[in-house]
Each structure stands twice: as C-alpha cells, then as structure tokens.
Ligand binder design. Sequence first.
Ligand code: GTP
Length: 355
Amino acid sequence: MTHSDTAHGKIPVTVLTGFLGAGKTTLVNHILTAQHGRRIAVIENEFGDIPVDNALVISSDEEIFEMANGCCLCCTARSDLIDILRRLRTRDRLDRVLIETSGMADPNPIAQTFFVDDEVAAHYALDAVVTLVDARHAGVHLDAYEAGLGHAGPAHQVVDQIAFADRIVVNKTDLVTPEETEALTGRLRRINATAGISTSRHAAVDLDTVLGVAAFDLARASTADRRWLEEDSGHWHDPDITSVSVELAGDLDRTALEEWLARLGAARGPDLYRIKGILALAGEDRRCVLQGLHRLHELSEGAPWQRGEPRRSRLVLIGRGLDRAELEAGLRACTTPATGAVAGRPAASGAPYGA
Ligand SMILES: Nc1nc2c(ncn2[C@@H]2O[C@H](COP(=O)(O)OP(=O)(O)OP(=O)(O)O)[C@@H](O)[C@H]2O)c(=O)[nH]1
C-alpha cells in the first residue's frame, strides 16, 4: 500500500488524538521518519499558549503549522484549521496532512470540519481518527469514568477520544505487563467495539494500521457520538484544568531544576497531567527537552543553541488547580545567578513545590 495515495483525488488527512502524553508527537515523528520523501503537512494544536510541540517534532522538510491558540481546536479554532487547509491546497504537491490535536481536544468537531465545509470536503478526505492510549495511565481515567466521576475530571475526554476512534494504538506497553495491556484492551473494546486496536512501544506502529486505511466511517461516528455534525456541540471542559506557560530568559541550573521537578511531582503528581519544556541549562550547548506526566519526567538533549541565539526556557504545565504564581516562582528559583533572575525572584511561597 502506498500511504501517499490520495483518496479519489483528495488529500488524505489523519487526525491523531489521545490524552496528554499518550504519544501523539512520538507517532508524528515515527510517521515523518518512515515516510521520508513524502510531502506531509503537520498541523499542531496545543492547549498551552506557548507552542512547544512544534519544537518536539523532528526537523524535516515537512511543514509544521501551529495552532497555539491557548485553547483547543474543538472550541474556537475550526476557522483557523479551514484557513490552513485552504492555504495548503495551493501547494504543488501534498501527499498527506497529519493533525495532532491537543490532548484535551474532542476529536468530533475536528472531524466535522471535513464534512461541513464544502471547500475542505472537496479537496480533503478524512482517512482516520487515530487515538493513542497511554497503557500506564489510561486505566485511572477509565476507573473514574466507570465510577460515574467522568464529569469531575478529564475522564470523559479520554472516553470520548476512545469512542470516536477508527484506530486505537495502546502505546507505552513497555511500562506495563502483558496482562495489564490485555485487560486494558478489553476495556477499550467495551467502549469502542469496532476500531482496530494495536499496541506499541514509542508509537512504533506498522504504518499500514494507521495510514491510508480509509477507516473513517461517518455512519459509525454518528452513533459513537450523537452530537456528530451539530454545529454547536455544547461541549465543555473542566474549568479547574488549566494550562500554565512560563517563559524565562537565561539559563537554568540542572540540579536545581531536577530537585524542583521532584518536589513538584511528589506534591502535585496526581493533578499534573503534563509537563513539556524546551529549556536552556547552564553550561549545556544543546537545548534540554523536558517531558513529564504525573510524577514521571525525563530530560533529554534537543537541538543545539546557535551562536548568538537568545537562550531561554519555555515550560508548559497542564493540570488541575495549578497555581501559576507558585509554578513561575519555582522555575524562576532554578535560574542561575548569571541570568540576574534569582535576585529578582519572588520570596519562597512556602508551598511544597514552590521556590
Ligand atoms: N516509556 C515510554 N515512553 C514513551 C512511549 N511513547 C512515548 N513516550 C514518552 O512519553 C512522553 C510523551 O510523549 P509525546 O509523544 O510527547 O506525547 P503527546 O501525546 O504528544 O503529548 P501531548 O502533546 O502533551 O498531549 C515523551 O517523553 C515520550 O518520549 C513509550 O511507548 N514508552
């Protein structure tokens, strides 16, 4: 199968969804690496107001469009998406569009775009909604949902994303036992009886299972979600779940940062759905990429800083009841004296994860 084949002359579109940290960007990178030479446009939508995901997608010839609107695609940005798709259509060659939705997004309105806008519908074909599921953390959300607590947290979003999928990829199976993966797969099957389900580590899926599958089935989508094609779906998001973005000039001290992240994870782990950052660490000539969820985090090397480029750190945290002032103070306390930021930092707040 050639994944770049257009469907009836239309450009195929894959919508990647899945809760925060499930592995969507990892899958985008897997696809871009494997599909080298194809013209793939990637549209990124982030929950935070400072874009980070675009920096995490591997550098390539592909074009990456950001939709960092501080909200999610499902709320306000459908017209932005339509504008981007219109502009893309004028390109010489385009083999595929990948839309990576924010982990908080409801995929339904995104999918609707390909049916309700005539111009988009004439030129693009929704190939599949692919939902990534975090093998390690999804169970907690499903438990909450089954206990009737779906509206008290993100569980309903996780369940909506699963229900709406054409393909489900249970990712991060390295973090659980085979029995746990099997049990989770059974639970997913009860929510969505028809989506193909595969498992992966680091989203290294067989691309035949997620691309060029023409899996999107309007009739089934409409039963999975009765709000389908209703212009105003009236969905809502838990107002306690917010995104806090912090941007600081200068360098951070690695040890101070690691200690702060450990304190933060210990104090706020259950409520801390996601941390992502591109950071400047003192004495390091490459960017540091921070990835974390709940209590877990990892730091890895990113692209080098160019000579003369201003060194700065961007951090996005998504979670329940986050305190922006404390988070800012906590990160600011990790800056090195050379940046001049320490002298001006707010006094310690006394909070366990504060400065
Ligand atoms: N152990 C393990 N880690 C993984 C796997 N897949 C992805 N990760 C890591 O999990 C973290 C989150 O992965 P992403 O691909 O950024 O997840 P995402 O769904 O794009 O996250 P958001 O954009 O925040 O919604 C990163 O640190 C990845 O390296 C996996 O299969 N196993």
